[in-house]
Design a protein around this ligand. Structure first.
Ligand SMILES: [Fe+2]
Ligand SMILES: [Fe+2]
Length: 149
């Protein structure tokens, strides 16, 4: 997969994830009280986590590779991605445990999911700015760019 295709696939994933975040946000804001709300919220939260894991796994393989090969800072960029994903997975694991905890109350879960939603929106925006720059992920880069003159 070439850098432009990897970039496009990740941006498409982000569009899909943002739509899911919007839906989950609606649910987290509206379903705080009814008893049936807890199960709906748990299921929607777990769905999102599964989708996110698939997205991150794609980035671990394909984004890591094209970042590494992009330029002289490639290895550092790859290292940061791996580090960041490690921290993110620890955080997501914690949320997953709460979602699977039968005693957790719906209001606490809703709060936790709203924090997660805000965090993921910020994270995707930062990733797009810092890692998906079309000047870095180009198909015509053959090595280290040399400034002329
Ligand atoms: Fe990521
Ligand atoms: Fe991403």
């Amino acid at each position: 997969m070439n850098p432009a295709a990897v970039r496009k696939r990740i941006l498409d994933d982000h569009v899909d994830l943002r739509t899911r975040l919007d839906r989950l946000e609606q649910l987290a804001r509206s379903d705080r009280c009814p008893p049936a709300g807890a199960e709906t919220l748990r299921a929607a939260g777990c769905d999102l986590l599964a989708r996110l894991e698939a997205h991150m796994a794609f980035e671990d393989v394909h984004l890591a590779r094209v970042l590494r090969e992009a330029d002289a800072w490639g290895e550092e960029r790859e290292r940061r991605l791996v580090d960041e994903h490690r921290q993110q997975r620890a955080h997501l694991k914690h949320i997953e445990l709460d979602l699977r905890e039968p005693a957790a109350d719906v209001e606490t879960l809703a709060h936790e999911l709203l924090d997660l939603i805000a965090w993921l929106r910020r994270d995707m925006a930062a990733e797009e700015r810092e890692r998906l720059d079309p000047d870095v992920l180009r198909d015509d880069v053959v090595g280290i760019r040399v400034e002329a003159g």
